[in-house]
Design a protein around this ligand. Structure first.
Ligand SMILES: Cc1cc2nc3c(=O)[nH]c(=O)nc-3n(C[C@H](O)[C@H](O)[C@H](O)COP(=O)(O)OP(=O)(O)OC[C@H]3O[C@@H](n4cnc5c(N)ncnc54)[C@H](O)[C@@H]3O)c2cc1C
Length: 489
């Protein structure tokens, strides 16, 4: 008899969803094996904003997830727009240039609402994502479509709730236990794992194994190998433990790679952020209010259309774009007109401030003459119109070689502020191919028996870019599927 019915590798959102789902579907002995010590548990999930992108037909459908919403945010439902599955699909297709895997995308989107309800039934509490998604205009709060809800107390809360739920469900969690290889019988079925734990090397047998141990974002050698320069020296926004182990182990067994192996999610973060995620700061180093300002590099030049789209549809590619600029550094410049619109996370940084634009530029370590020309040209190219942060307002510059397509207002109201930013890597897009049961497919295009994958390890969904709040939803959908089918044997 095997030691366990189901062994899950990793202890983030995807893994814990899988373990709870496996127990729910009848697996009696379920173990979660986590490389990190208990004090550093939770993977990237712990560092996340906890935002969940969910398809729903009526705002009212969110009542099942956030029954307290109206008392927490009076008038909540009035500012929420329906986000039917076709809009989620349109967003995913648009930001990935049509490259998302259609079957995986269908699964993710089609099951997003049902899975969020399942999470809520398990005991994951949720709340309106006020500081991430809400924009207040006058008396109305408008919510970014589809990205309205987050786990209560963000990723820290999500991780803590999943551990409580899994422990209550009887899942055994072993920390300081790195899985180093997968074992197989002569018929090719996965039979368990080899681990390096507190007592050295050991083997653990299982009827099924779920890989949920993240991408390779924290492995500089793999980043150099697949993403190329300058990713080898990127700051890692989350856990230091996601070093591609699961991908390596799966591919050693002949798993089929899938998706964009040269791609990753990366965001503009404080240039002074630590080299790996800080467990207290978590995602607060993010700097995502650039649509309201102007972004320049150390040459004093703009290099990105800050107003291309809402930040949730551009932030995940902008980190990489900044990292590829000279020195991997940029400056986000704002004036007093928009300072109230900056996300609360900006409070964790120290901006350079000045009472005139000229003086501000004079304080920045960049090509100041070029930067003065850039902001003057920008100010001259701003057109007349009504600024509205709740819609793509079409307030675009005219005549610049690189337009700002929306929310372009003159920088003219003192005081002025500049925030230094760099690109931080969040997670990698390349993964293994899974089928609609979350089984890992082999290079022979057949499922590898006994092996499942979920979370960041699933390749194919994201290419070049990503719509905010989709990673956790993907982890929950494929984690739940993987756990259920792993329990079935
Ligand atoms: C700062 C930040 C903010 C984010 N905000 C959001 C958000 O608001 N919404 C959203 O949808 N997504 C967000 N994301 C992305 C999302 O959090 C992650 O993609 C998601 O949590 C990944 O879940 P996972 O379970 O696949 O991996 P993880 O949560 O990273 O868990 C993987 C686990 O595997 C363990 N592990 C690795 N190798 C081994 C091994 N050999 N043996 C055993 N264990 C191993 C790791 O220690 C880790 O605990 C954010 C990410 C970051 C870093």
């Amino acid at each position: 008899m095997s030691d366990f019915d189901v062994v899950v590798i990793g202890a983030g959102n995807a893994a814990l969803a899988a373990s709870v789902s496996a127990r729910e579907q009848g697996a009696r002995r379920v173990a979660v094996l986590e490389k990190a010590p208990r004090a550093l548990r939770g993977g990237n999930t712990h560092y996340s904003g906890g935002l969940l992108r969910i398809a729903f037909d009526r705002p009212d459908a969110l009542r099942a997830l956030v029954p307290e919403a109206e008392s927490e945010v009076p008038g909540f439902y009035a500012g929420v727009e329906p986000y039917p599955q076709r809009l989620f699909m349109a967003d995913l297709l648009r930001v990935t240039d049509g490259r998302t895997d259609p079957e995986l995308a269908e699964l993710l989107i089609g099951r997003s609402y049902d899975t969020a309800c399942w999470m809520a039934r398990q005991g994951i509490e949720m709340e309106p994502a006020v500081s991430l998604s809400a924009v207040k205009v006058g008396d109305t709060i408008k919510w970014s479509p589809g990205a309205v809800i987050r786990a209560r107390h963000e990723g820290v809360g999500l991780s803590a709730m999943w551990f409580r739920i899994a422990e209550r469900a009887g899942v055994e969690i072993r920390y300081d236990t790195a899985v180093v290889r997968l074992t197989q019988d002569r018929a090719g079925r996965v039979t368990g794992v080899g681990v390096q734990g507190p007592d050295g090397f050991a083997e653990i047998t299982a009827r099924a194994v779920v890989l949920a141990c993240g991408g390779f974002e924290a492995n500089p050698e793999w980043r150099a190998r697949y993403l190329g320069r300058p990713w080898d020296h990127a700051k890692v926004r989350g856990t230091r433990y996601n070093t591609g182990d699961g991908l390596r182990m799966a591919m050693e067994l002949g798993a089929l790679p899938h998706g964009q192996w040269t791609g990753c999610h990366s965001t503009p973060i404080d240039a002074e952020a630590p080299p790996h995620g800080d467990r207290k700061l978590t995602d607060k180093t993010n700097r995502l209010s650039y649509p309201y300002g102007v972004l320049v590099n150390t040459r004093g030049l703009r290099f990105f259309d800050e107003g291309e789209d809402f930040q949730f549809y551009t932030y995940a590619k902008l980190g990489g774009i900044i990292l590829n600029e000279p020195g991997g550094i940029g400056w986000q410049i704002f004036d007093a007109k928009v300072m109230h619109l900056l996300e609360g996370r900006y409070k964790t940084g120290t901006p350079v401030m000045a009472d005139s634009l000229d003086a501000l530029v004079g304080k920045l370590p960049l090509d100041q003459a070029a930067c003065r020309r850039t902001v003057e040209a920008y100010n001259s190219a701003v057109t007349e119109g009504r600024f509205d942060p709740t819609v793509r307002d079409g307030l675009a510059t005219r005549g610049l070689p690189l337009a700002k397509s929306n929310w372009a207002q003159r920088l003219d109201a003192p005081p002025f502020a500049a925030y230094p930013v760099t690109g931080g890597i969040t997670f990698t897009f390349g993964g293994v191919r899974v089928n609609d049961r979350a089984q890992v497919m082999s290079t022979s295009w057949a499922p590898i028996r006994g092996l499942f994958a979920c979370g960041e390890m699933v390749g194919g969904l994201f290419h070049g870019n990503y719509p905010g709040g989709t990673g956790l939803m993907s982890g929950a959908v494929f984690g739940r599927l993987a756990g259920a089918h792993a329990a079935g044997g």
